[in-house]
Design a protein around this ligand. Structure first.
Ligand code: NDP
Ligand code: 8X3
Length: 251
C-alpha cells in the first residue's frame, strides 16, 4: 500500500524537491505551505504521478494547524511520514542589533510551528504504533556561528526536540530522525536577507553548494529504508564546506 507523506514548507526549496521525488516514487503527498498559488501549481504537476492534497496554513497559527490537519479527507487522513521542513532564518545580525520580529518569527516558525504540526499528527502514529518523523535541522543546530544567534538557537532546539521525540516515541515503534544540511542553494538566503537577491546569491558564489534535490534524494533514501532501520541524525555538507564557518570558495 502507498504511504502518505505530509511535507511542511513544500512551496519551495528542500520541501518542494522532496515532494517531487517522493511523488515519483509511489508515495501519496500532502503539500503544506502558506503560498496557495505555489501549492496549486505543484499539486497540478505532481498529480500526474500520484494522489496529492494541499493544505495552506501558517505553522504559527496553532488553532489552524490542528483544525486543518484534523479535517483531511479520509484518503489522506492516515499520515505515515511527517517531514517537518518549514522554516527559515530571518536576519543575520549581532545580538545587540537583532530585530525582535525576526526573533519571534524564527522561534515561532522553526520551533513552535514544528511542535504544533507534530502534536497534530503524533496521536494517530501512536495509535497505529507506526510512523516516521523527519525533522529538518541544520548545521546551525550543531554549531553556533557569529550573527547566527537566534537562528542557531532555533535549530539547536530542533536538534533537542528530535532527540526527545525519538526517546518518547520509542515505546510506540515510531521512527524519528533529523537531517542537518549545510549550505543549500534555495530561497533560504533571500528570506534571510529580506528579498536582497544580490546578497543572497553571494552566499553561494564560488562554491558548488548543495541543491534542494540533493537533500530530497537523501530524504527519499531515509524514508525508504526497511522499517527496522532508523537514520537518527545526519549532517550533510557540500564538499566545499567543512563546518558552519569553514567554506572553501574559489574567488
Ligand atoms: P526555502 O525558503 O526555499 O523554503 C522554506 C519553506 O518553508 C517554504 O516552503 C515556506 O513556505 C515554508 N515556510 C516558511 N515559513 C512558514 C510558515 N510560517 N508557515 C508555513 N510554512 C512556512 O528554504 P529551504 O528549502 O532551504 O528551507 C527548508 C528547511 O531547511 C528550513 O527548515 C531551513 O531552516 C532548513 N535548512 C536550510 C538550509 C539552507 O542552506 N538552505 C541549510 C540547513 C537547513 P511558504 O512561504 O509558502 O509558507
Ligand atoms: C542554513 C545553513 O549555515 O546558514 O541552516 O545556518 S546556515
Amino acid at each position: 500500500m502507498k504511504k502518505t507523506v505530509l511535507i511542511t514548507g513544500a512551496t519551495s526549496g528542500i520541501g518542494k524537491a522532496t515532494a517531487q521525488i517522493l511523488a515519483r516514487n509511489n508515495y501519496k503527498i500532502i503539500l503544506c505551505g502558506r503560498r496557495k498559488e505555489r501549492l496549486d501549481e505543484l499539486e497540478k504537476e505532481l498529480s500526474a504521478f500520484t494522489e496529492v492534497h494541499s493544505l495552506s496554513f501558517d505553522v504559527r497559527d496553532k488553532e489552524t494547524v490542528f483544525s486543518t490537519i484534523n479535517s483531511l479527507p479520509t484518503e489522506f487522513s492516515q499520515i505515515d511520514v511527517l517531514i517537518n521542513n518549514a522554516g527559515n532564518a530571518h536576519g543575520l545580525d549581532p545580538i545587540q542589533n537583532g530585530n525582535t520580529d525576526d526573533w519571534d518569527a524564527m522561534i515561532d516558525i522553526n520551533v513552535k510551528g514544528l511542535l504544533y504540526v507534530s502534536k497534530a499528527i503524533i496521536p494517530q502514529m501512536i495509535e497505529r504504533k507506526a510512523g516516521h518523523i523527519i525533522n529538518i535541522g541544520s548545521i546551525a543546530g550543531k554549531e553556533v556561528y557569529p550573527n547566527g544567534n537566534v537562528y542557531c538557537a532555533s535549530k539547536h532546539a530542533v536538534d533537542a526536540i528530535n532527540n526527545g521525540m525519538r526517546m518518547d516515541l520509542n515505546p510506540y515503534g515510531i521512527r524519528v530522525g533529523a537531517i542537518h544540511p549545510g549550505m543549500v542553494e534555495t530561497e533560504f538566503s533571500e528570506v534571510r536577507f529580506k528579498g536582497d537577491a544580490d546578497r543572497a546569491s553571494n552566499v553561494y558564489k564560488g562554491l558548488d553548494a548543495l541543491q534542494a534535490e540533493d537533500i530530497a534524494d537523501i530524504i527519499h533514501f531515509v524514508v525508504s529504508r526497511k522499517y527496522h532501520v532508523n537514520i537518527a541524525d545526519l549532517i550533510v555538507y557540500p564538499t566545499a564546506q567543512a563546518s558552519a564557518t569553514i567554506v572553501k570558495k574559489n574567488v
